[in-house]
Design a protein around this ligand. Sequence first.
Ligand code: DX5
Ligand code: ZN
Length: 222
Amino acid sequence: MADVKISPSILSADFARLGDEVAAICAAGCDYVHVDVMDGHFVPNLTIGPDVVKAIKPHATKPLDVHLMIAPVDPYISAFAEAGAEIITFHPEAGPHPHRTAQAIRAAGCRVGVSLNPATPVSVLDSLIDEIDLILVMSVNPGFGGQSFIESQLDKIRILRAMIDASGRDIELEVDGGVNRENAAQVIEAGASMLVAGTASFAGGAEKYADNITALRNAARA
Ligand code: DX5
Ligand code: ZN
């Protein structure tokens, strides 16, 4: 299996120094930069919008993995694509036409991700799997960094790994929420190919970022 990809969530970065933080985490060896967009409506928190994504883009030497926790999604796709998103991930509950949303993200030139909340059944993907490049399993309820990993999501990751392999398509399986060096091996063993880590990536300040990412990678390999 290919090496695990690490996508640090900038939700745990110092927002007053966001450009420097993005540059530092990229220099520390991550594979993507995970950008959590929250609207205070789909999830109970507010974060950033396309102008901030556009502002950090020149500081990122790795692709931007944009996780939209907003409803509706469709009116904002072109703004995030133009801001420099490489991957745009949405939640199917965010609107009545998730298939159309997937097509719109593709048409905007981005890779398409679909995210499943802890209580979202995998069957939501039955008619979407041919349209997507990435599945994002939420291992916490979305809205905040620093929460504890929900163990029941390991079974869901296993089911999704089987579903992806059966599809024969090249779909990334990303896991988001409470991932750290203690549980990374379990998450990868269950079938994940990409780990989001906010708290675990940004702990200890910039001089620790390379160690944090290396520790996650080594733990995932174990
Ligand atoms: C939660 C976000 C996550 C979160 C991850 O709604 O989607 O990306 O910030 O942070 P940690 O790794 O601290 O759980
Ligand atoms: Zn996220």
